[in-house]
Design a protein around this ligand. Structure first.
Ligand SMILES: Cc1cc2nc3c(=O)[nH]c(=O)nc-3n(C[C@H](O)[C@H](O)[C@H](O)COP(=O)(O)OP(=O)(O)OC[C@H]3O[C@@H](n4cnc5c(N)ncnc54)[C@H](O)[C@@H]3O)c2cc1C
Length: 457
């Protein structure tokens, strides 16, 4: 009995038979429906996890790995017969080194806790996403999470110096050297980062910290057109010499929802077609107001509000962070997270909006995103569950036609498997499958994620 073997590894208190699993392990941010899992196990250490995987591999027991279950692709929810492995007990932060600028975080450490530990050491973990209180370092590495600081500091991949992971057969792979450069053969950690738990289970990471942020300047701007959005970005890049920290764009349909009755106050006298939250860091000299008044003279912006205090800064970010409230208020919501060359994003949105209107009457959508990274988010409220597939075809066909990606940051998981071929060639997908088979010959790690069908015969 695998249950007995698992209980012997983690102790009876950390193995749960299917009928006593708490509901939270069967729910995620996408309101997806879970299958009937084979059990739940909560290892406390890499060694325990290694023994669990060796036992599962022996008998071909499929597993699903869980971090904070904030992922947007339904990938952490168990399917029928899968063993849930929750890493929530592997939540220690150790080896904070202010001189080297590093810390070691267990896979189950919530992002916010790692950010706080960095801050306590006078440094900064330069990655931030809205789910910071619940998402975990392991989940972020598995999904190569992005967020609002990617333009300056890169994605999760760029914060990871070293990694430890357990493979499907229980082998422990450890490469925890704090070196920026290491060309001794393949960089295996980079293959594991972003693999969505299909090649290995991240157990801990050596994270790179940056100098503490200072000299923030933040503004909320109203703009007349997408061309102006792109032109202002160019001006910011040139004038702020690499200090542009955030460039978050909200289409009018998004911003209107933030200022609807009962939501946030409207900070502008009149509506604008586009709203940009722009932030620089490392300047103490008021460069942002200077650049923005020139942009105003050139007609790139119609209006701009510059933060005069930390309170103002929080107030401005509240509009961008209102996304959670907007999507929660949508009854049937389909979230998209696509990417495209910057110059094409405006046209992409126009095509999608047009086709939504024609083919999905009664739907309502909002557009926003980390536009400087070429990353567009779309959330559409559908009148009917059956229309999901129509909305997906509209968005993903449009993305394919301009050479974009069906996932800029959330990954493929369970929700985008059928669309992987819109962004990757048959040869690329075949190579991905060969990699998967090499790492996990029995296909027990997060099966059915990324690839629609898996053949392990
Ligand atoms: C309000 C909100 C805002 C968000 N904003 C962003 C954003 O700006 N950018 C962004 O990229 N994402 C964003 N997300 C999505 C989500 O937070 C990220 O995908 C996050 O990285 C998931 O972490 P998690 O610990 O919750 O992982 P989970 O949801 O538990 O798991 C996600 C995937 O990783 C696998 N996994 C989890 N832990 C491990 C591990 N230790 N080893 C191997 N595989 C593992 C799971 O099996 C699953 O496939 C947002 C989500 C919400 C709810």
């Amino acid at each position: 009995m695998i249950g007995d073997r698992l209980a012997a590894i983690v102790g009876a208190g950390n193995y749960f038979a299917p009928e006593v699993i708490e509901p939270r392990y069967l729910e995620d941010e996408t309101s997806g429906t879970s299958g009937q899992p084979a059990g739940l196990v909560r290892p406390a250490s890499t060694e325990e996890l290694s023994r669990i995987m060796a036992a599962c591999n022996d008998v071909g027991q499929p597993v699903v790995v869980q971090g904070g279950r904030t992922g947007m692709t339904r990938a952490a929810l168990p399917r029928d017969g899968e063993l849930v492995i929750s890493l929530e007990r592997m939540n220690k932060i150790t080896d904070v080194d202010p001189v080297a600028g590093t810390l070691v975080a267990g896979a189950g450490v919530p992002l916010e806790a790692a950010q706080q530990a960095a801050e306590d050491a006078g440094l900064r973990l330069a990655v931030d996403i809205g789910s910071r209180g619940s998402c975990t370092i392991g989940g972020m590495i598995a999904t190569n999470a992005g967020g609002t600081q990617v333009y300056r500091h890169g994605m999760m991949r760029d914060q990871v110096l070293g990694l430890e992971a357990v493979l499907a057969d229980g082998t422990i792979i450890s490469s925890m050297q704090p070196m920026l450069k290491n060309n001794a053969g393949y960089d295996l950690k980079q293959i594991l980062i972003g693999c969505e738990g299909t090649l290995g289970i991240v157990t801990k990471a050596l994270l790179r910290l940056r100098p503490a942020a200072s000299g923030y300047e933040t503004a909320l701007c109203g703009l007349p057109s997408y061309d102006a959005v792109i032109a202002l970005l160019g001006v910011m890049e040139r004038r702020c010499s690499g200090r542009l920290a955030a460039y978050e764009v909200m289409w009018r349909n998004f911003f209107d929802r933030t200022i609807a009755p009962g939501a946030l106050p409207d900070p502008f006298d009149q509506p604008h077609q586009f709203y940009v939250l722009v932030e620089t860091e490392g300047f103490e000299d008021g460069i942002l107001p200077t650049v923005l008044s020139l942009a105003l003279e050139d007609g790139l912006i119609d209006d701009a509000l510059v933060a005069r205090s930390g309170l103002d800064r929080d107030r401005f970010w509240a509009y961008r962070d209102y996304v959670g409230e907007i999507t929660r208020a949508m009854k049937i919501v389909e979230p998209f997270d696509v990417g495209a060359p910057l110059a094409d994003l405006g046209r992409l949105v126009e095509r999608i909006e047009r086709e939504f209107e024609d083919q999905l009457p009664g739907s309502r959508s909002v557009f926003f995103g980390h536009i400087a990274d070429g990353n567009l988010h779309v959330a559409i409220e559908l009148p009917d569950e059956d229309q999901r597939i129509v909305s997906e075809r509209i968005v993903y066909d449009a993305v394919r036609d301009i050479g974009g990606t069906v996932s800029a940051e959330h990954g493929i998981g369970m929700l985008k498997r059928d669309w992987l071929g819109h962004s990757r060639s048959a040869e690329e997908i075949a190579l991905m499958r060969r990699l998967r088979a090499a790492f996990d010959p029995k296909g027990i790690l997060n099966p059915g994620r990324i690839f629609a069908q898996e053949d392990h015969s």
